[in-house]
Design a protein around this ligand. Structure first.
Ligand SMILES: [Zn+2]
Length: 270
């Protein structure tokens, strides 16, 4: 079954719709069950057949749906590598590493930096690019994530707590934005630690941003963030507060886009 459908998929991906007049149900794979990534020749994923979500088990589909729902990337949809202002001094190294991680998610990537230095933009850009390449990503602002986990205990929750917790813990790529700002209860602190420890033990691709000083982060979590094997480099973004730059400089990119008639309203949040 798997072999024959893979062969069918191979055929289907090279001849996407042919003369078939029946409606296509899955736009991602054109009902082939597999798709290939849009990556350049030489990329390790070039030509690799990826199993489409439409062929995954119901549980896996629920996980994919839940990752998407929890991610709430909509407000960050304009935060891409293209819209990142690379001319701000001090951000080049961070930008290069973020791009590399989005292309090939491996190990951990940790960004420390002051509020407004661009680390959330980079974290969202990684998520947006990874999604475009059909990686499954959970982008989570830490305090919100802990709220979501807590809400699973509520009477209106559609999904059981254990299942949601597992989905978060096992996300193929997990991006934890703003670690250290959460106003934690002992319960939330323990959950956060369990997620991070699990990602650590299984070397799962993880991005963490924090505007805290390292000594303000819980030692059990910090020691994992400082592991040199999993995370060979912690990047401290030295850029000043991006939001304090003159308006012209902050919105330069958007202004140029707007002038070309392509932009969003610049008042959307930075
Ligand atoms: Zn499909």
């Amino acid at each position: 079954m798997a072999g024959s459908s893979a062969a069918a998929a191979m055929k289907a991906t090279s001849e996407p719709i042919a003369d078939d007049k029946t409606a296509i149900v899955c736009l991602n794979c054109k009902d082939a069950g597999y798709y290939t990534l849009d990556v350049p020749v030489g990329d390790p994923n070039f030509g690799v057949l990826m199993l489409c979500d439409c062929r995954r088990s119901e549980k896996e589909q629920r996980a994919a749906h839940e990752l998407h729902r929890l991610s709430n990337l909509e407000p960050f949809s304009d935060k891409t590598f293209e819209t990142f202002d690379a001319s701000v001094p001090g951000v080049q190294r961070a930008l290069a590493r973020a791009r590399e991680f989005a292309r090939r998610p491996q190990g951990w990537l940790v960004f420390f930096g002051n509020y407004g230095c661009g680390k959330t933009h980079l974290a969202a850009a990684i998520a947006n690019e990874a999604l475009q390449n059909h990686y499954r990503v959970l982008f989570a602002v830490v305090p919100d994530l802990l709220d979501h986990l807590r809400s699973t205990f509520g009477p209106n929750s559609e999904i059981a707590y254990d299942e949601r917790f597992e989905i978060v813990r096992e996300a193929p790529m997990l991006i934890l934005d703003d670690l250290g700002t959460e106003n934690t209860t002992p319960w939330a602190r323990e959950k956060l630690y369990q997620i991070i420890n699990h990602r650590y033990n299984y070397c799962l691709p993880t991005v963490i941003t924090s505007n805290r000083k390292p000594d303000e982060i819980e030692p059990r979590i910090l020691s994992r963030m400082l592991d040199a094997v999993l995370c060979p480099e912690r990047i401290i973004i030295e850029a000043g507060d991006y939001r304090r730059l003159p308006v012209e400089q902050r919105f330069g990119y958007r202004k140029r886009r707007l002038e070309r008639g392509e932009g969003r309203d610049p008042r959307t949040r930075l």
